[in-house]
Design a protein around this ligand. Structure first.
Ligand code: Z16
Length: 808
């Protein structure tokens, strides 16, 4: 390959502006320049992708197919330029052409086709699978609208549509020739023809699935993979005069369904909605994906008999669980196999990752809905269920276990049990979470088939989440570790530990953080008009708003600090800024109330002169990937305070750690593994352990007792009832904590039980902060030991232990 220089890029950009938009660089808008840049990089990646694909074909390599209803990609321009090794050249070329590179990067919308952790994980894994040169494809839906945009109006969340495609579609390559047809409804008919039994789905509503491919460049490699996003279209509009009335209505129905399927991402994180449109989305994307995989496989090998040898399908949570019956359908109805052979292939092809133990998130579909919408798939699910149930009965001879492990039961289809039955592997996403799956959630399945159960602790793309977004820290690491080795070998970060007593290194680390805080403060001032004091501790909780994540515990502690300051204006010497960012699912009323509470409290503190330069609360509107990229490098304290046993892993925790923030957290999810690496001395651990939470629940938890016993807690809870200067009262939240509401028990997530310990942890943290040398040393240890949380490590584990594919 001839090296690409600033000059070649400049020429390519100029030419692209001309042919795509009919403009010269002098005439083009920032938006057009962003699209032209995307198209230029896309061209380069497309060439490499063809070569990657041809090589994999020639080698008959095993392909990985990563299916996820969510890919939270964020922006791609800077990332792709970075991975292609062209970031400095692109910056220069843009400047030469009269543009501000930063403005061009900033104008790109986030491709926000995901809710939170699960979707971002999928995006990070695409980067690592490509960098590790694994032949892999991601599959999802090309939603017209991603996760909603959040506005805060009078303290409350308002949702606006996220129309990302105007500029964002520059990354997409439609492949209409590879369109697939997905069938819904109708009836199943069997008939004999020439001695063969045929099964057809008649009178079905047909939706066309058109692939739109997004190229994924790896770092330091020519390997390019693809994220295949399915767009939904109706079949050719019919000529009304030629058709009977019934057929016309059918066509109209097809069109209506097609238009809605790819319209919008469901905005619930860790919660099941149970809407029929969601099931349609799931089947649409699963069926299109499998048909396209099967077509390519058959084209290359002329048979489906070796499907499992050449393909592995990883499903991200149960959302794509219909791959199991759908693959069975393709093997039986289309490839003509018998049940046993099809089952053998299916159960050697599919692997399932579980991401939650929250029962409200475990997917169950009404059997009547599945039967109506997917009649053939339903027949197959029933037969899978019948055989699985027999196997369970023969193994345990225990009706209770039969019921618990059933796939179809009480009029519902339980997707997690389907995945366990039909998959070759089941994994959790942190050590603790995987243990809970074995001991609790899937205990009986584990007892029967222990070999299926694994752990793969999550990881993040450390090139994006450290090197790309935190150039100051990247520079320090390069200086200390002797180069950029850590980009492909994240364990090289370990070398930083050697500088724990090097005063100049610690000082430089502190200066980098300080500069990042100033940069974030400037950005916040410019884009939102908020004034942040860069001398304050930046104490941050950013993640989806959920009761189990306990943003409310953070709030209670801030209220306690505020009240302390009322009693003694000198109680706080070190300025402390609490930053929140969180979207609430639009239908999650309690979560929305907590957002409003944060804003009420922020407003109260803002208007109280006692708090000036001491205490500040800021709610950052519209938290998303691109905002996280600005915030992580500037953060000093990472709040990871979920009720132990509830957060499957967390990945934000890893992003903070890599950027040198210190964690205040519970022993939950991957925090446990962080603690193993760091010890008590390098993080601020507090609160009940997962087993202690369970024990307390069994023994009977009475939060009122704590309220009556602890005057500080008492006073802060009372503040919820009376509210703040905006006059909004939060008696509902008070009631939930003390008495429960709407069927949920009092203080379901044990905030009151952990309150004191949390206040003490925050106190230890603030005291430590006074000794900046000690703080910077802890920060250095955090960065040094964050290497295991790189997605490259996680993906290598999937490749070695589940997919059995080679990698770099
Ligand atoms: C999600 O983001 C997660 C779990 C889930 O069942 C559904 C969604 Cl949309 C999150 C977990 O809550 C989090 O702990 C974990 O780190 C993340 O998935 C990735 O595994």
């Amino acid at each position: 390959m001839t090296p690409i220089t600033t000059q070649t890029l400049e020429n390519a950009l100029t030419a692209k502006l001309m042919v795509s938009f009919g403009k010269t660089a002098a005439e083009a808008t920032d938006g057009e320049m962003m699209r032209a840049s995307a198209l230029v990089l896309r061209d380069m990646m497309a060439l490499r992708e063809v070569e990657t694909r041809q090589k994999a074909r020639q080698q008959h390599a095993r392909q990985v197919h990563y299916l996820s209803l969510e890919f939270l990609m964020g922006r791609s321009l800077m990332k792709n330029a970075y991975n292609l090794g062209l970031l400095p050249q692109l910056r220069e070329a843009l400047e030469h052409l009269g543009f501000k590179a930063a403005d061009i990067f900033e104008i790109e919308p986030d491709a926000a086709l995901g809710n939170g952790g699960l979707g971002r994980l999928a995006a990070c894994y695409l980067d690592s699978m490509t960098t590790l040169e694994i032949p892999a494809t991601g599959y999802s839906i090309c939603y017209e609208l991603g996760i909603f945009k959040q506005k805060i109006v009078e303290g409350q969340q308002v949702e606006l549509p996220d129309n990302w495609k105007d500029l964002g579609a520059a990354w997409l390559m439609p492949k209409p020739a590879e369109t697939q047809e997905v069938r819904f409804g109708g009836t199943v008919r069997e008939f004999w023809d020439n001695g063969h039994l045929h099964i057809v789905n008649e009178d079905a509503t047909v939706v066309q699935a058109v692939p739109c491919d997004m190229e994924i460049a790896g770092y330091g490699t020519e390997h390019v993979n693809v994220l295949r996003l399915w767009d939904a279209r109706s079949t050719q509009p019919v000529d009304m005069s030629l058709f009977s009335r019934g057929e016309y209505l059918k066509a109209a129905e097809d069109e209506a369904m097609a238009e809605t399927i790819a319209k919008v991402l469901y905005p619930e994180d860790n919660h099941l909605e149970g809407k029929s449109l969601r099931l349609k989305q799931q089947y649409f994307f699963v069926s299109a994906t499998l048909q396209s995989i099967a077509a390519k496989h058959t084209e290359l090998y002329g048979t489906m008999k070796n499907f499992h040898e050449k393909n592995v399908i990883q499903i991200n949570d149960t959302h794509p669980a219909l791959v199991i019956p759908e693959l069975m359908r393709i093997l039986i109805d289309d490839a003509g196999m018998d049940w046993d052979e099809a089952w053998d292939i299916t159960t050697r092809s599919v692997a399932y990752t579980n991401h939650t133990v929250l029962s409200e998130a475990l997917e169950r579909w009404p059997q009547s809905l599945v039967e109506f919408l997917l009649p053939r798939v339903w027949q197959i699910i029933l037969e899978i269920s019948r055989r699985w149930q027999k196997k369970v009965e023969d193994f345990y001879h225990d009706p209770k276990k039969t019921e618990k492990m059933a796939i179809v039961w009480g009029g519902q289809v339980r997707m997690a049990n389907l995945c366990i039955a039909g998959g070759m592997a089941v994994n959790g996403v942190s050590g603790l979470h995987s243990e809970i799956l074995k001991k609790d959630v899937f205990r009986d399945a584990y007892g029967m088939e222990p070999w299926k159960f694994r752990n793969v602790t999550n990881g993040i793309d450390h090139r994006r989440w450290l090197s790309e977004i935190n150039p100051g820290l990247d520079g320090l690491i390069r200086d200390l570790t002797g180069g950029d080795d850590y980009l492909l070998h994240p364990q090289a970060l370990k070398k930083l530990d050697d500088y724990a007593d090097d005063a100049s290194v610690l000082e430089r680390l502190g200066a980098i953080k300080r500069a990042n805080k100033a940069a974030f403060a400037a950005h916040a001032k410019k884009t939102r008009g908020v004034e942040l004091n860069p001398d304050a501790i930046f104490d941050v909780q950013v993640k989806r708003l959920h009761e189990y994540k306990r943003q409310l515990l953070n709030v209670l502690h801030i209220i306690a600090l505020y009240q302390k300051l009322q009693d003694d204006p000198n109680a706080i010497t070190q300025p402390h800024t609490f930053l929140f960012g969180a979207k609430a699912a639009p239908g999650y009323a309690v979560a929305k109330r907590i957002i409003r509470l944060i804003n009420s409290l922020a407003d109260q503190i803002d208007h109280d002169p006692i708090c000036r330069d001491k205490l500040q609360v800021v709610f950052l509107e519209n938290y998303r990937v691109s905002l996280a990229e600005q915030l992580m490098p500037a953060s000093e304290v990472s709040q990871q305070i979920s009720t132990a046993g509830k957060e499957a892993s967390g990945t934000g925790n890893m992003k903070f750690m890599m950027n040198g923030a210190l964690t205040v957290g519970t022993l939950d999810g991957a925090n446990v593994e962080m603690h193993d690496l760091l010890g008590d001395e390098n993080m601020f651990l507090f609160g009940l352990r997962a087993d202690e939470v369970e024990q307390l629940k069994r023994e009977g938890y009475v939060p009122q007792r704590l309220y009556n016993r602890d005057p500080v807690l008492h006073r802060c809870l009372d503040a919820l009832r009376t509210g703040f200067r905006d006059g909004v009262r939060y008696d509902d939240l008070y009631q939930r904590l003390l008495f429960g509401a709407g069927g949920s028990p009092a203080d379901e997530y044990f905030l009151l039980a952990d309150f004191q310990a949390y206040c003490q942890a925050e106190k230890r943290m603030a005291e430590t902060y006074r000794d900046q040398t000690a703080w910077n040393r802890m920060s250095l240890h955090n960065i040094a030991r964050s290497g295991v949380f790189a997605a490259d490590r996680a993906v290598a584990e999937y490749a070695d232990n589940i997919w059995h594919v080679p990698h770099k």
